[in-house]
Design a protein. Structure first.
Length: 324
């Protein structure tokens, strides 16, 4: 079962915690919840110490009985919609979703409905009680592949901490323009583009740390199939970093620039490249520690048909080039 919307938890303050602030004590006693969530419950009057309410900054003496009512208020801003949802795994704590290209993860300006979040609320209504319906990391609209959703506050806290500790395994497959000579890493900060605010860019001063590792899977005549591992998770990170080292992702409408058709390529490859309307980027592997059991789990998802077709035409073009 998922966490109850309303439950009361009781604990005794250890004597060795005497003199500490109430919010610090609660963070230790009820570590499954974030400190921000606990502070909100204190301020809302859902915490009592020996039967009375005190402030987050008030100090305890040790030995008191603390009762916490975990009131979870549903977020009613978003509607549940019966939309297709490819669930690869689910249990009481997490959902693993295989997101198709073209699906927006979270509602925003211009996309109030028809998103993955709307589909999640229909599939698991209890997600209305978890901030952002349990979405702890996102994929761009036109990036396909695996992402995890937290079904409970406990799972959300654990997954966010894992992301912050960079212990998630997030591996992507991509087809890029140009023939790489070797794998490597890109370690340059990313921030908002100084002019085009809807884009991200390498920003030397004021950008956030961003690290991407890549290795070659296969070389073609004018392209490379690569696997990419994220160490950090900035917006558009892979797309920005690969474009920065002059190997932009095929089909990327923002960072790849003008479409490049290799000279002498096969008609099949020419047609596929001309009609490939999204970045050829797929979240292929996802690994994490289960929020409750602690077990290390991993999932893999093959590239979808449009990328399979692109790779098939790249192979055909490569063979034709070798036969000439």
């Amino acid at each position: 079962m998922a966490e109850n919307n309303d439950q009361t938890l009781v604990a005794v303050v250890p004597v060795e915690m005497a003199g500490q602030r109430l919010d610090q004590v609660l963070a230790a006693l009820f570590s499954q919840y974030s400190r921000a969530r606990l502070q909100g419950w204190i301020k809302a009057g859902h915490v009592q110490v020996d039967g009375r309410q005190i402030r987050p900054k008030d100090k305890v003496k040790g030995g008191e009985t603390v009762s916490l009512m975990t009131v979870q208020e549903a977020d009613t801003r978003f509607v549940a919609q019966d939309l297709p949802l490819d669930v690869r795994f689910e249990d009481e704590q997490i959902l693993i979703i295989n997101k198709p290209a073209g699906l927006v993860v979270h509602p925003g300006s211009g996309n109030p409905e028809g998103t993955m979040l709307n589909a999640l609320l229909h599939h698991a209504p209890e997600l209305a009680n978890v901030p952002r319906a349990g979405i702890v990391h996102r994929l761009d609209k036109d990036t396909s592949g695996l992402l995890v959703v937290a079904r409970t506050l406990t799972a959300q806290k654990s997954l966010v901490e894992q992301l912050q500790a960079r212990s998630f395994l997030r591996e992507y497959n991509a087809v890029v323009q140009g023939v790489m000579t070797a794998g490597g890493s890109v370690d340059v900060p990313i921030g908002r583009h100084p002019v085009h605010r809807t884009r991200m860019a390498v920003v030397r001063h004021g950008g956030k740390e961003a690290i991407t590792h890549y290795r070659i899977q296969e070389k073609f005549r004018a392209h490379t199939y690569v696997s990419v591992r994220l160490e950090t998770g900035r917006t558009h990170q892979i797309r920005v970093h690969l474009a920065h080292i002059r190997y932009p992702i095929v089909g990327d409408p923002v960072y790849a620039g003008r479409l490049k058709i290799p000279k002498g390529c096969s008609e099949g490859l020419r047609d596929v490249l001309q009609h490939f309307r999204r970045q050829a980027l797929h979240a292929a592997r996802l690994g994490l520690q289960h929020p409750v059991s602690g077990e290390m789990l991993e999932w893999q998802q093959p590239v979808p048909p449009d990328m399979q077709n692109l790779l098939a035409e790249l192979h055909t073009d490569k063979q034709q080039g070798e036969e000439r």
